[in-house]
Design a protein around this ligand. Structure first.
Ligand code: FES
Ligand code: FES
Length: 157
């Protein structure tokens, strides 16, 4: 049994099956992308208990009882919505292939660091490869999302 985006999912696969293949092939959740299959590109990034993790090298056995969150759940929370809005405003995606992984890494960063510096962003996003070279737009969009989250937090306070 896996917990994906808050729902329990029963899957019959070998325990050493990568989470990525369960998401895509068994559960039909194709927002998480396959890039290298080696933990080197970040296209397959999901959250496991809130941490950004490469699902292509994470086995099903290792995530039993943990919360798996994918790009499909991103718009359901404040940080994810702010990031998606900033991504659109700054026209970050080019071919788009790497972007679900980029967004998941960015969301994990903002969940633990509300005002990341350039260096914080570069460190957190290191390993999320973009062949289209959207790195500067990603950095700008993350800062913009952080700013709008802090402003909306102030309004709520
Ligand atoms: S597909 Fe998982 S890191 Fe590249
Ligand atoms: S937008 Fe094309 S690989 Fe990143």
């Amino acid at each position: 049994m896996l917990k994906v985006n808050g729902e329990s999912k029963s899957v019959e696969v070998d325990g050493d099956t990568p989470v990525l293949w369960v998401l895509r092939d068994v559960l039909g959740m194709t927002g998480t992308k396959f890039g290298c299959g080696l933990g080197m590109c970040g296209a397959c990034t999901v959250h496991i208990d809130g941490l950004a993790v490469r699902s292509c090298i994470t086995t099903v056995d290792s995530v039993a009882g943990k919360n798996i969150n994918t790009i499909e759940s991103l718009s359901g929370n404040r940080i994810g919505s702010a990031l998606q809005k900033a991504w659109l405003e700054h026209e970050v995606p080019q071919c788009g292939y790497c972007q679900s992984g980029q967004l998941m890494s960015a969301a994990a960063l903002l969940a633990k660091n509300k005002q990341p510096s350039d260096a914080d962003i570069d460190a957190a996003m290191d390993g999320n490869i973009c062949r289209c070279g959207t790195y500067l737009r990603i950095r700008t969009a993350i800062k913009d999302a952080a700013r709008s989250l802090s402003q909306s937090g102030e309004k709520q306070a």
